[in-house]
Design a protein around this ligand. Structure first.
Ligand SMILES: Nc1ncnc2c1ncn2[C@@H]1O[C@H](COP(=O)(O)OP(=O)(O)OP(=O)(O)O)[C@@H](O)[C@H]1O
Length: 245
């Protein structure tokens, strides 16, 4: 681990609670009402429960764990699209997050307009987008559909355009959730080559994936989550071993 590099993501005591939605019986609701609405009918659970993590510049980190362990929630908190209920998250540098297929795209706009919209959201000026536009379209390989409204795109086409825009924003921190899985194999390979290229330039990478072979090739550090807590943090091979074991 390049321990002398500066910390670019600092996560301290982070908690995120969600409400569990239960169907309550009429009787329960009635008792709650006549008791003067005391207490809370909704039950909460901790999707993240006191997570501490420091990620340094240039690290390639995989967040691993079983379904529902809190990986995507943690990635959303890092990207800033969601806020923690406790603790704090500090990041340094421009972040590009590929977290949900189609997020950040407006369905009624064309691919072309969405490139401009998405680029602007990710911090690019119009002149920067103009200069990169053809290269973005070339990377996505969907030129034929660039003037089609994106509501007609397949999930792979969304991914292609979103990934192409994100890599052209020259992010310092790149966050990628499972969404690469919707790309076909040649495109996935192309994305992975591009991610490696960014990493070689010293960019920081945080990936969420169940594809253990892929993360073992891409990342050097594995953070394993279990029920919203970090239970292992170290060499990616040990993390993969734990998940397979
Ligand atoms: N917006 C939300 N509202 C309510 N519960 C949520 C919300 N987002 C996530 N959760 C819950 O938080 C828990 C953690 O979810 P999260 O998506 O972070 O898990 P994950 O580790 O990424 O899982 P997977 O491997 O299945 O993608 C789950 O129990 C999920 O149902």
């Amino acid at each position: 681990m390049p321990s002398t590099e500066p910390v670019v993501i600092r996560i301290g005591g982070v908690a995120k609670r969600f409400v569990l939605r239960h169907t309550r019986s009429m009787k329960e609701a009635f008792v709650w009402l006549i008791k003067g609405r005391k207490g809370d009918l909704s039950e909460k659970f901790n999707a993240l429960d006191g997570v501490d993590l420091e990620i340094r510049e240039g690290e390639r980190v995989a967040l691993l764990g079983l379904n529902g362990s809190g990986k995507s929630t943690l990635l959303k908190l890092i990207s800033g699209v969601m806020h923690p209920d406790g603790g704090e998250i500090k990041t340094r540098g421009r972040i590009a997050g590929l977290i949900e297929v189609g997020a950040g795209f407006h369905p009624d706009l064309t691919g072309r307009d969405n490139v401009y919209l998405n680029g602007a959201i990710l911090g690019m000026t119009k002149a920067e987008i103009d200069a990169s536009f053809q290269s973005i379209v070339d990377f996505s390989e969907i030129e034929q559909f660039i003037d089609t409204e994106v509501k007609f795109y397949s999930s792979g086409m969304y991914l292609r355009l979103a990934f192409a825009v994100a890599v052209h924003t020259d992010p310092e921190i790149f966050l990628v959730d499972e969404i690469l899985a919707v790309g076909d194999e040649p495109f996935q390979k192309k994305c992975i080559r591009k991610i490696k290229e960014l990493s070689e330039k010293g960019k920081t990478l945080v990936v969420v994936s169940h594809d253990l072979d892929m993360v073992a090739r891409l990342c050097e550090r594995g953070v394993v989550l279990e029920k919203g807590r970090v239970v292992q943090d170290g060499d990616i091979r040990d993390a993969v071993h734990r998940l397979r074991g």
